[in-house]
Design a protein around this ligand. Structure first.
Ligand code: SF4
Ligand code: SF4
Length: 186
């Protein structure tokens, strides 16, 4: 039985991305903002997005059309003063995510948002973008992914620190310098 749980955890790890690590309560928004802003500036702007998300989507029918109304409410591709994208939503419990993403329900309950049938980010941002962390993650074997997770656990990151170090490339560089400390010795 324990073995089954381990196998399930390993399958989950191989199917996950560093962008959203639910078991570690970590969300990355590194590529959903520009420039250097403090955590408090970004959180303040996320509150504005949450207000609009409620107004345009949650208080109405949870339909793709209303998601588009939320996305297009300013009529332009735009960021808030902190540099954070106007579509990024704080779903609470440490989960910050894009409701326009077709797989958003892998990390956010359908009680909070319903994933669109199509990728509504297309035309709004670069949906093909991969930071250095993701590029390396995609080529990692299971044991290396496990070591990376242990490395993250040793850091006790919040979403902001995690995001900034992913987008700068510093996080994965540090992991490669120190990965021997986190390898499985069994
Ligand atoms: S910066 Fe990297 S890890 Fe973070 S959301 Fe973008 S692609 Fe994912
Ligand atoms: S549209 Fe979504 S994925 Fe793209 S930058 Fe904005 S919040 Fe991030």
């Amino acid at each position: 039985m324990i073995k089954d749980c381990e196998q399930e955890d390993e399958m989950n790890l191989m199917n996950s991305y560093p962008c959203q690590l639910k078991d570690l309560s970590l969300s990355c928004y590194g590529c959903c903002r520009n420039g250097l802003s403090s955590s408090s500036q970004i959180n303040s702007d996320l509150e504005k997005n949450n207000y609009d998300f409620k107004k345009y989507y949650l208080d109405k029918e949870k339909s793709d059309e209303n998601l588009k109304s939320f996305r297009d409410r300013y009529g332009i591709k735009d960021t808030l003063s902190s540099g954070v994208c106007r579509n990024l939503v704080d779903f609470k419990d440490s989960c910050v995510a894009c409701p326009l993403h077709p797989f958003v329900n892998l990390v956010v309950s359908s009680k909070k948002t319903i994933a669109p049938k199509q990728d509504l980010r297309v035309g709004f941002c670069d949906t093909e973008f991969e930071c250095e962390t993701v590029k390396f993650w995609c080529n990692m074997e299971l044991n290396e992914r496990k070591a990376f997770i242990r490395f993250l656990q040793s850091k006790e990151f919040d979403n902001h620190n995690y995001s900034m170090l992913n987008i700068s490339g510093e996080l994965i560089q540090e992991f490669f310098r120190r990965r021997f400390e986190f390898e499985d010795l069994e």
